[in-house]
Design a protein around this ligand. Structure first.
Ligand code: ZN
Length: 176
């Protein structure tokens, strides 16, 4: 099995206000891919466009293409989310367009912390920060600010103020 040292943890958003791993898998299959292009998904509490907010679904972590928790990207883990870097990056996708929940940020924070522990040199980046982003703004929040919180070991409680997080009820009906 071909493996590369993991260098990047790339954060994405689904650019949808709702959905789960299953939906993203279907969207990516429809593009002719071999299935979900991310290694993990963090749900926002809205299962479909018509669903009411479900707190059990808010912050739910779902494994995507494949993910083992070591510092190599194995061939079965290689996803499809960041042009030219997929072989040395893992991708995590937050469901949402521009606004994300405190639970989502908290789960993302912990996920990043785990990978920092596994590989202290890993670069946590937003898709838009990669050289091949080609004008994409994904995941539509300031990942450099988020990275600082992780590096400074800030408490999760400070996330809400720093990231300007809205309450889940405010997410629904969000316009782009
Ligand atoms: Zn992206």
């Amino acid at each position: 099995m071909m493996s590369y040292k993991m260098e990047y943890l790339v954060v994405h958003c689904s650019d949808s206000n709702w959905g789960t791993r299953k939906d993203i898998n279907n969207w990516h299959l429809a593009r002719g891919w071999k299935g979900i292009g991310y290694n993990a998904v963090i749900c926002n509490g809205y299962k479909t466009s018509k669903s009411q907010y479900d707190k059990k679904l808010d912050g739910l972590f779902e494994e995507g293409r494949s993910l083992d928790f070591n510092d190599y990207v194995d061939s079965d883990e290689k996803a499809a989310h960041v042009l030219n870097y997929n072989h040395k990056a893992i991708g995590i996708c937050l469901i949402g367009r521009k606004l994300f929940t405190l639970k989502q940020y908290t789960v993302l924070y912990n996920f990043c912390k785990v990978f920092k522990a596994i590989n202290p040199k890993i670069k946590i980046v937003g898709h838009y920060e990669m050289s091949t982003a080609n004008g994409k703004t994904c995941p539509n929040f300031d990942v450099s600010k988020f990275r600082e919180l992780i590096e400074e070991d800030m408490y999760i409680a400070t996330l809400q103020g720093t990231m300007g997080i809205k309450l889940p009820v405010q997410l629904h009906g969000e316009t782009v």
